[in-house]
Design a protein around this ligand. Sequence first.
Ligand SMILES: *[C@@H]1O[C@H](CO)[C@@H](O)[C@H](O)[C@H]1NC(C)=O
Ligand SMILES: *[C@@H]1O[C@H](CO)[C@@H](O)[C@H](O)[C@H]1NC(C)=O
Ligand SMILES: *[C@@H]1O[C@H](CO)[C@@H](O)[C@H](O)[C@H]1NC(C)=O
Length: 238
Amino acid sequence: MKFAVLSLALCFLGVSSQQTCNHPPSTWCSSWEIAKECQVERQCLEFYTHRDLKKASEPAVQIELYYESLCGGCRGFLSSQLFPTWLMLNDIMNVTLVPYGNAQEKNISGKWSFECQHGQEECLGNMMEACLIHLLGDVYKYFPIIFCMEFSSNVTKSLEMCVGLHAPEIEDKTIWDCVNGDLGNKLMHENAQRTDGLNPPHQFVPWIVVNGKPLMNSNQAQSSLFNLICDMYYRPET
Ligand SMILES: *[C@@H]1O[C@H](CO)[C@@H](O)[C@H](O)[C@H]1NC(C)=O
Ligand SMILES: *[C@@H]1O[C@H](CO)[C@@H](O)[C@H](O)[C@H]1NC(C)=O
Ligand SMILES: *[C@@H]1O[C@H](CO)[C@@H](O)[C@H](O)[C@H]1NC(C)=O
């Protein structure tokens, strides 16, 4: 409950004005003086006008990210937009991560073999992340680890450090068994099918799908995913 209110306040007040006033966001609409000082008068009017009209529980905004572990644009989007936005708005958004991107798969005598745009190291990174998602199951557990890896200077090398930081209960061996075994192979094949089954097909990475529709102008999401999610949640088309 607390979190929903926080998101609502953050959304209406936006992040753009934060630097211009000395009041915490949660107090921005508490008085007209503060609203003026923080330059959010319009947002506060809107907030108070529409607050009671909003349904108590809008469905979460569904956001799917099709990406590959070593692509610079993917790493940038994941670490500077998606993860920070999710930290603030996770109660109104549902993130699905699909590591695979522009990889290709071949059936070699019944076992899937993968080729990745940035080479074998990228396939390894994709596999590590697919295994983390499956083994941990809980986005609150695996997303911080995947962020930690994508944000670090060496994605694959940072696996153990990032897991140690955020999910020390899982043993490295469990992850490596998945990465090198049939389970990882099966998970990556599922990601391949999910990616190759996109309609319309993905044209580039990162490929961002919001409530089932790709963001063709991915600049929009890349520059302010936060505002996009807020708009979709609090001002759904009628
Ligand atoms: C989040 O997305 C997953 C599929 O990726 C779905 O199974 C789940 O029901 C969704 N959760 C919410 C709260 O929308
Ligand atoms: C993969 O190839 C094997 C033979 O090499 C074949 O038996 C199997 O049906 C193929 N699987 C798919 C999904 O194409
Ligand atoms: C990352 O570290 C691994 C060793 O764990 C090394 O083989 C690889 O070349 C490094 N990758 C980059 C991009 O520096």
